[in-house]
Design a protein around this ligand. Structure first.
Ligand code: 5AD
Ligand code: SF4
Length: 476
């Protein structure tokens, strides 16, 4: 809190010198990164800046970077080349934050090749942006504000949210798993859970503002409070509810049950759980909690037990399939989505076939597919049996084809059925068409009106298309 009060003094100082200035923000990563961007926007808007998407008009340009895969880096460097001319023309401030700034070689590259960048900050110092920005404006000097140790959980950062219906709420930061391909544990540090009272209060506040859907975010949500427990801390937290009643939260399952009680919130999602930590109490909580969507994102990464072992995922192909069966048996009509990496070092044709086999068996609703990308500092980057780029792409294409076939097959099953759709807004391309999502996160487009926004309405699915379903409001 003290930190936030101090930042408030910088916010006031910026506001005094800020004459109707604008900011632009480019978010390059995952939903946690997007959630951080909403905080960056919150701090900038409180400092008097208004948002613009036109980079040439912005007085402050913030990049919120990602380093999970190489293509996110390529995008940053492409954009930095573009903003250089705006810096030269109007002297805008350029700030770069996010996970990539926790990598020393990246900071070095920016300082050498893009010396016009004014402020560098990281996920652990995000809350200090007002101070860093002020010092950069007043003293006209370059600021590098990076913390190598894990940042503490900071509450009370102003937030400007992108959406009015759906909101994400971070429940924990960091990761302890060290999957061998992944840079996240190195840049986001060890797991730290937020206090359940803070999470509850944030969700209640969102409900009061009219939000209907909440996504609970963390690198490994079903480890919520687990690290704290392992350190011997007392994690039996008593949360005071709006009604005045008290509720004990000591795990992810109990947190889910608590959030399910928040009036006004109608859908709850969470990303991402880890299959190895998917305990029965979580399955029961999903089953019992009406608002928790029966679509579970369960990252597979690979279907091969051998590859999973070298990935340090700590489960086997059979364990994953058994878990899916167990969840299906307990929760009727449950669906799954997943993340898959192809071309991990040492992946043979046989290993890849195992991935295809799991995909065919589970019949995921959605698959986020990634080509393995070498990350400096990770264990897998040092493995000698890296896969040829051509083979990686061939496998990716093959997986994509299978995934599309399954999605098409599943889409057909929707036609003729009535689905409950949370209406999100107008379609970007057609004035008359509105768009929303089913509980299984399928996009449904339909003819509608403004009054439908924010409501969960029955839609008859009239046709299917690869990336969306066409619906008709059942009461029209
Ligand atoms: N290469 C490719 N994909 C990766 N992911 C994480 N690290 C890498 C990497 N080095 C994917 C995983 C993870 C998702 C967020 O990104 O599938 O679940
Ligand atoms: Fe990365 Fe694995 Fe942690 Fe997910 S669980 S953030 S893939 S190390």
């Amino acid at each position: 809190m003290k930190q936030i009060q101090m930042q408030d003094t910088y916010i006031k100082k910026i506001k005094e010198i800020n004459k109707n200035q604008k900011y632009a923000i480019l978010t390059m990563g995952c939903q946690l990164n997007e959630n951080d961007s909403e905080r960056i926007s919150g701090m900038l808007e409180k400092s008097g800046y208004t948002k613009t998407n036109d980079l040439s008009k912005a007085n402050v340009i913030v990049f919120n970077t990602c380093c999970v895969r190489e293509n996110a880096e390529d995008r940053l460097f492409g954009k930095l080349g573009e903003v250089k001319k705006y810096k030269e023309e109007n002297g805008c401030i350029i700030a770069i934050g996010g996970c990539m700034m926790q990598e020393k070689h990246m900071i070095q590259k920016i300082q050498e090749s893009y010396p016009f960048v004014d402020v560098i900050f990281g996920p652990h110092t995000l809350q200090k942006l007002p101070e860093d920005l002020y010092n950069s404006i007043i003293e006209n000097k370059k600021i590098e504000d990076i913390l190598d140790i894990d940042g503490e959980v900071v509450e009370g950062i102003p937030t400007a949210r992108e959406d009015k219906i759906k909101a994400s709420v971070t429940i924990m930061n960091g990761c302890n798993n060290f999957c061998t391909y992944c840079i996240v544990p190195y840049v986001r540090g060890r797991e730290r859970s937020r206090h359940p009272q803070d999470i509850y209060n944030e969700v209640v506040n969102l409900a009061k503002q009219g939000y209907k859907e909440i996504t609970l975010l963390g690198q490994n949500v079903n480890s919520y409070l687990v690290s704290e427990k392992a350190k011997g801390e007392n994690v039996d937290f008593i949360v005071k509810k709006e009604s005045g009643d008290e509720y004990k939260v000591n795990s992810f399952a109990t947190l889910l049950r608590l959030i399910n009680e928040v009036d006004g919130i109608e859908r709850i999602r969470f990303i991402s759980p880890h299959p190895k930590d998917f305990t029965d109490d979580v399955i029961d909580a999903i089953k019992d909690s009406k608002k928790v969507c029966k679509l579970i994102h369960l990252p597979l990464q690979s279907g091969s037990t051998e590859v999973l072992k070298t990935m340090n995922r700590k489960y086997t192909k059979e364990h994953y399939l058994d878990l899916v069966e167990k969840i299906k048996n307990k929760i009727p009509n449950v669906q799954f989505s997943t993340d898959i990496i192809v071309g991990f070092p040492g992946e043979t044709e046989k290993d890849f076939e195992d991935t295809l086999d799991v995909v065919s068996k589970v019949k995921f609703e959605q698959i986020y597919m990634f080509i393995y990308s070498r990350r400096v500092g990770t264990v897998a980057d040092k493995m000698e049996n890296q896969i040829d780029e051509r083979i990686k792409h061939q496998r990716f294409d093959k997986l994509k084809k299978l995934a599309e076939n399954i999605i098409a097959e599943k889409n057909i099953n929707y036609v003729g059925k009535t689905e409950l759709v949370l209406v999100e807004g107008k379609s970007k391309t057609n004035e008359k068409i509105y768009t929303g999502r089913t509980e299984t996160n399928k996009v449904v487009n339909f003819e509608g009106n403004e009054n439908m926004i924010g409501k969960i309405l029955p839609m008859k699915i009239v046709s299917e298309h690869m990336w969306y379903l066409k619906g008709k409001y059942d009461n029209i």
